[in-house]
Design a binder for this molecule. Structure first.
Ligand SMILES: [Zn+2]
Length: 179
């Protein structure tokens, strides 16, 4: 079995970034993507973003995604949020799995994630193989690809005080781009 070596600072940043999302509300959307019509608030959906492992216990991180109803075509429209369609796990974690599936089997990826205190079953990871995404920007450490979406999770989603730290990490490893 391959050894898993993740720089502790990277693991901390990712873990803190995910923890900080608990309870956050995503409510920004411009217009109906189908007809460009005006939107009216409908409801807020609680969605599981990730399962973390804290002191050997699983802890679910939930976020809230506001939904709108188009006044013209009546379609239900979700706010912009970090999820792929029909996938019940945050897109930065999915990005991590997709990138690493090119290099590692799903059970090893599950082990790497567990090493960062993130629980994802190998069978779930395997399903991401067929998912179509755009280009996923990433950085590689010790044979593991880290998408910027996951490394910069706080910066991308929350704009909080950890921005400085994340920017620093990315700068530190910029000499070793993945692609
Ligand atoms: Zn519409």
């Amino acid at each position: 079995m391959k050894k898993v070596a993740i720089p502790p600072m990277v693991a901390d940043i990712i873990m803190n970034g995910i923890s900080n999302l608990n309870g956050i509300i995503f409510d920004s959307v411009n217009e109906c993507p189908c007809c460009g019509g005006q939107l009216k608030g409908h409801d807020t959906k609680n969605k599981k973003f990730a399962t973390l492992i804290e002191n050997n216990q699983q802890k679910n991180i939930f976020v809230n995604v506001k939904r709108y109803r188009c006044k013209d075509c009546k379609k239900l429209v979700y706010s912009d949020s970090p999820f792929y369609d029909d996938i019940r796990i945050g897109s930065p974690i999915v990005d991590f799995c997709i990138l690493n599936l090119k290099m590692h089997p799903a059970n090893h990826i599950s082990k790497i994630l567990r090493n960062m205190n993130i629980a994802v079953n190998p069978s779930t990871i395997r399903k991401f193989n067929t998912l179509k995404t755009g280009e996923i920007k990433s950085i590689e450490f010790h044979g593991i690809a880290f998408p910027l979406s996951l490394l910069n999770i706080s910066e991308n989603i929350r704009n909080d005080e950890s921005l400085g730290i994340n920017a620093m990490i990315v700068q530190m490893v910029q000499g070793r781009p993945h692609n």
